[in-house]
Unconditional design. Structure first.
Length: 411
């Protein structure tokens, strides 16, 4: 049996940020990582992926971006190299290839059964990310075609010849549809609720505006409906060197066919809801409200010349039913997001009825158990590379106070 004061589960950006903040406070800890540092950037990404946040926004605690391209967008491999260098720089005590198989409560803390031995700790930080398992709709295993979740897609060349259906039009879906279409394939994109933003507005990157307006740092408890905010789709955006948009009009310009939300498959025919126009109108209304906020902030009146926002065109009727064979669709990419899996967390009191971890701004309902890096954990950018550090600093201080109080009580 091994022991540490704090066990951090996961060595992605969140686990490493917490490691740095605990080290600064002199708190003993160990990180347990089932793969290697930054595992998700090794195994769950397509080859051409670049970060969609600009470099200046991707700082980690005590490690701001200092390269010569602050407005550029890093390739995922370069970000992985950065995470590895960061782990070295901060001397993070990472146990790689060590999966936490179960976490249980003990009278004096916690017991972690790992693939490399049993550990005791006084506190635990869950930093396992958002992306444990693919979130797939019913009927997502379609016969006669290659079915891939977006985390399994690598390049267009890895797909069988023929057309491709991409289901889901958030950041991953639009980027994958764009890449496959440019490779010469016929692509159909099933579009549900989505969020559209331009890469640039009035000469500034969209994240510059969101940062300046304080939108990224907006606290979760100040939002009108935090649960609804959690269900909001990820914005349609790509981090390309030419700073171009990745949205429905840009896909239409490439020849991508848009359909409504995926409804199901029967007898080799895919059906779609008749809701494309409604989804587009809803996304555009939100987009224009956001742009109006930017203009208000900049003191630009409603009559000032506007930057053109390309419309989605509805020249052709969106298809309601497509025959996979008739359209020669040979692959379906499910860009439908992820869900978390807490099957290993054997503390019923820590879980919500839906199986997710119950927490208040990162402090779980069970004393000594903490979370970091989850979407909207404390603020809008809690799951972003550049947002996790501020949360880590606050929660590390809470952990330190928790350990001190326990030590004082035991004395
Ligand atoms: C395609 C994609 C692109 C993104 N692009 C950006 C971007 O450009 N900018 C940005 O700010 N954010 C981006 N994000 C969001 C976010 O930054 C990433 O999801 C990031 O990986 C989250 O970091 P994390 O440390 O919270 O979780 P993860 O990186 O997922 O790390 C969790 C770690 O925990 C480990 N783990 C899980 N369970 C266990 C266990 N039981 N035992 C041991 N180890 C375990 C995993 O192996 C993993 O290494 C993107 C997300 C996705 C999906």
């Amino acid at each position: 049996m091994y022991a540490t004061d704090v066990a951090i589960v996961g060595a992605g950006q969140a686990g490493l940020a917490m490691s740095r903040c605990l080290s600064v406070l002199g708190v003993d800890h160990v990180l347990f990582e089932r793969g290697a540092v930054g595992a998700r950037w090794r195994t769950h990404v397509w080859e051409s992926l670049r970060l969609l946040t600009p470099n200046w926004l991707n700082g980690l605690p005590d490690s701001p971006y200092q390269g010569d391209d602050p407005d550029g967008f890093m390739r995922h491999g370069d970000f992985l190299a950065r995470l590895e260098a960061y782990a070295d720089m901060i001397g993070a005590p990472v146990m790689s290839d060590t999966e936490v198989l179960s976490l249980a409560r003990e009278p004096e803390g916690f017991c972690l059964t790992t693939s490399r031995g049993t550990w005791r700790s006084r506190a635990v930080v869950v930093a396992t990310g958002q992306c444990d398992l693919p979130r797939l709709p019913d009927h997502s295993s379609v016969k006669g075609v290659l079915n891939l979740h977006s985390s399994q897609y690598r390049t267009p060349h890895g797909l069988p010849q023929g057309g491709v259906l991409v289901v889901g039009a958030s950041a991953s879906g639009v980027q994958i549809a764009d890449e496959i279409s440019r490779s010469g394939r016929q692509v159909t994109l099933a579009v549900g609720r989505h969020m559209r933003v331009p890469r640039h507005w009035r000469g500034r990157d969209i994240f510059w505006w969101m940062d300046r307006l304080g939108i990224l740092a907006e606290r979760t408890h100040s939002l009108a409906d935090p649960e609804a905010a959690l269900r909001e789709p990820v914005v349609q955006l790509a981090g390309r060197p030419d700073r171009s948009n990745a949205d429905l009009p840009s896909l239409q310009a490439l020849g991508v066919r848009l359909a409504g939300r995926f409804a199901g498959v029967e007898a080799g025919k895919v059906s779609f809801h008749d809701d494309l126009a409604e989804s587009v109108a809803c996304a555009e209304a939100k987009l224009y409200r956001l742009l109006a906020r930017f203009d208000d902030f900049a003191g630009i009146g409603p009559n000032a010349p506007r930057q053109t926002i390309a419309p989605v065109t509805f020249e052709a009727q969106a298809p309601r039913r497509l025959s996979l064979r008739g359209e020669n669709i040979r692959s379906i990419i499910w860009a439908t997001g992820y869900r978390r899996d807490f099957g290993w967390l054997k503390i019923a009191a820590a879980l919500r009825p839906d199986g997710d971890l119950a927490h208040q701004e990162g402090a779980a309902t069970v004393p000594g158990l903490f979370a970091l890096g989850f979407r909207l954990l404390r603020k809008r950018d809690s799951h972003f590379i550049g947002g996790v550090g501020a949360d880590a600093a606050v929660i590390a201080r809470q952990i330190r106070a928790f350990l001190d109080e326990r030590a004082w009580r035991a004395a």
